[in-house]
Design a protein around this ligand. Structure first.
Ligand code: GTR
Length: 412
């Protein structure tokens, strides 16, 4: 394994690590000044408490979490970060536009499904591509990619193959693999929310907590899930939603909003995804930077936190905790300092107290990152950091598949 520069290592691997004195079911200790030693050159940051309800009550059982704290946190994220889906009624329909039982030289069945959403006079279609392996018992666990790269990356003909959506490799592991192009739901541009699903459902003046584009993509993943529930080849209780970068932000939000997803995999998702917002570093993307470059991704209220991360009522460990007790995966790349690998790791590690309410261990109690090139397959939570740049690679997929094997009891 090639060594990274000492500068990179210093940013990723703070020398002083320590374990948390959390125990099963106990309330999390106050986070005040807790992260001072997170990295030598890093300002102190405090995190909002996961396990204290808005009225000050301590959350000590999984039932309290489900009834009180989870709905509160979900609502805080809707209000302050991703936005709220409008209540406008719509119809949806599914049409299998093409089915090839002999795809990939007989190894798989391809279904190309039009998921059409209609509201009043307007409609849009999400073009869902789904491969299921032929020679295995059905229904199969299935990965759904929210594709934020060009549609060639999810080519259903497989004339163009891409590591971003490695259909053959995933099928060979006994999984189904599906994808939709995020722009089918909402084009990734700042057009005042005229196009995509916003053009269908928004209507009238948008309130400060109206949904942004990330929330729209997450919503699109749920509409694909609606289709999966009708397809006897897909194991509806074994669907993993996966995304890279902006798609990884959407995958986490999809898993938070829609508990039908059994796993959420967030690859190199950074700011507004897995990375803690309050953790500062020179290299990383901040709330102000992301809102300036991508004003359409989040709701309007999120912009009031530009340069004021400490005022946010949530941080991203709380988003990851919304997955509990379902499984969550976070992947980082060591050179992707813009996405802040250390902050991505901290979020998933610090979601642990909620997993422990459910009798799971999450990533465990240590805040020590794995070595570059290694995976932590925890109990309900997976983290890996690989060498290299910002990308979703075959190696990342292999880590997610290995962990899914464990979650679904397929691991040998
Ligand atoms: C960057 C953006 C990141 C990340 C990335 C991507 O420009 O600042 O938040 O989402 O794009 O999606 O590849």
């Amino acid at each position: 394994m090639r060594r990274t520069s000492s500068y990179t290592l210093a940013a990723l691997m703070p020398s002083l690590m320590f374990c948390l004195p959390w125990c099963l079911g106990a309330a999390e200790p106050e986070a005040k000044k807790f992260f001072k030693s997170d990295a030598p050159d890093m300002p102190v940051y405090n995190l909002p408490n996961l396990l204290t309800a808005d009225d000050g009550r301590k959350i000590v059982t999984c039932d309290d979490w489900k009834r009180v704290r989870r709905p509160e946190i979900l609502e805080l994220f809707r209000k302050h970060v991703y936005g709220r889906v409008p209540a406008t009624p719509y119809q949806k329909s599914f049409k299998v536009a093409n089915e090839d039982p002999n795809a990939m030289d007989g190894a798989a069945t391809l279904k190309q499904v039009d998921v059409t959403i209609t509201a009043g006079e307007k409609s849009l279609t999400i073009h869902l591509a789904l491969f299921v392996p032929n020679k295995v018992a059905k229904p199969v666990p299935t990965f759904l990619l929210i594709c934020n790269r060009s549609p060639e990356n999810i080519d259903p003909t497989q004339k163009r193959k891409s590591e971003f959506w490695p259909a053959e490799e995933v099928l060979a592991r006994g999984y189904g693999i599906a994808a939709f192009y995020n722009a089918d739901v909402d084009p990734d541009k700042n057009d005042g929310f005229k196009d995509g699903i916003h053009g269908l459902l928004d209507g009238g003046k948008r309130p400060p907590d109206a949904w942004g584009t990330i929330a729209a993509w997450a919503w699109g993943a749920s509409r694909c899930m609606d289709y999966f529930e009708t397809d006897k080849d897909v194991a509806r209780n074994k669907v993993a939603v996966i995304g890279h970068s902006r798609g990884g932000k959407a995958a986490l939000w999809a898993g938070a909003e829609d508990e039908r997803f059994t796993i959420a995999c967030s690859n190199d998702s950074g700011c507004g995804g897995a990375a803690l917002s309050r953790r500062q570093s020179k290299e990383k993307e901040t709330v102000a930077k992301i809102n300036k470059s991508f004003p359409h991704w989040f709701n309007e209220t999120f912009k009031t936190y530009n340069g004021r991360e400490e005022a946010l009522p949530v941080d991203q460990h709380m988003l990851i905790a919304l997955m509990a007790p379902r499984a969550v995966c976070v992947g980082s790349a060591d050179q992707d300092l813009w996405a802040d690998p250390r902050g991505e790791f901290m979020s998933i590690a610090l979601a642990g107290p909620v997993y422990r309410l459910f009798g799971k261990q999450g990533l465990g109690e240590s805040l020590k990152m794995p070595a570059i090139g290694e995976s932590l397959h925890g109990d309900g939570a997976h983290y890996h950091i690989r060498e290299g740049k910002h990308n979703l690679t075959l190696l990342d997929w292999k880590c997610y598949l290995d962990f899914a094997d464990k979650v679904f009891g397929k691991a040998k």
